[in-house]
Write a protein that binds this ligand. Structure first.
Ligand code: HEM
Length: 176
């Protein structure tokens, strides 16, 4: 990669976008391990955790709706450039994929709550109303999309580190 290209890092994202960016990152880092942990528990053991998972997940859903609105309405700095067009396209593709995945994960999570009997189990306090996880189709999609999200999350972080080391640019300035 050519270290000569320098991006203008004085231009930042809007305050709302920055706040949502970090809050979403934090919630994802809680929700993914929590989701995986719940997988190994019996229904009766995980009622409280499901409630926390669903509430945090719905907060991410609402934040993603607001962030999508800001994407079109609030001024955004130009996309970062390197001397590799493929690299630049990949970065934009990953950023856009986050929005679609977060919507997909939230909607499949809500569908799991409804179709998997979680909603009824929580409102009645009867964990036996939760059906066998193998029979809950949206839960499969939920797990797969959450895994893809974490892979892209890792690539996103690697991209920041790569900019820092190879191009000597602290791209985090745009979201601080
Ligand atoms: C970014 C947001 C979210 C992430 C990263 C996430 C992640 C996960 C993961 C990794 C699992 C385990 C999947 C598996 O077993 O393969 C899971 C399970 C689950 N999630 Fe989410 N989730 C999110 C949002 C939501 C939302 C919004 C809801 C519902 C309102 C929800 C409801 C559930 C339910 C009901 C389960 C099944 C728990 C079980 O019985 O083990 N999730 N989630």
């Amino acid at each position: 990669m050519n270290a000569k290209i320098q991006n203008d890092l004085s231009k930042k994202f809007s305050k709302g976008t920055i706040a949502i960016h970090w809050l979403t990152a934090l919630l994802i880092l809680i929700l993914f391990p929590l989701g995986k942990y719940m997988t190994g528990l019996e229904p009766a053991e995980k009622m409280g955790l499901i409630k926390i998972h669903a509430v945090f997940g719905i907060i991410i859903f609402i934040l993603t709706i607001i962030r999508s609105w800001l994407f079109f309405k609030a001024p955004r700095p130009a996309d970062l450039k390197t001397d590799s067009k493929i690299n630049d396209k990949l970065a934009v593709w990953i950023h856009n994929a986050f929005y679609f995945l977060l919507f997909g994960i939230a909607i499949s999570g809500i569908a799991t709550m409804v179709l998997g009997g979680y909603g009824e189990a929580l409102s009645s306090g009867n964990s036996e109303l939760i059906i066998n996880r193998e029979e809950i189709l949206p839960l499969k999609g939920h797990g797969i999309m959450a895994l893809i999200l974490m892979l892209l999350f890792a690539m996103h972080v690697i991209g920041v580190i790569k900019h820092r080391i190879v191009m000597k640019e602290n791209t985090l300035k745009r979201v601080l």
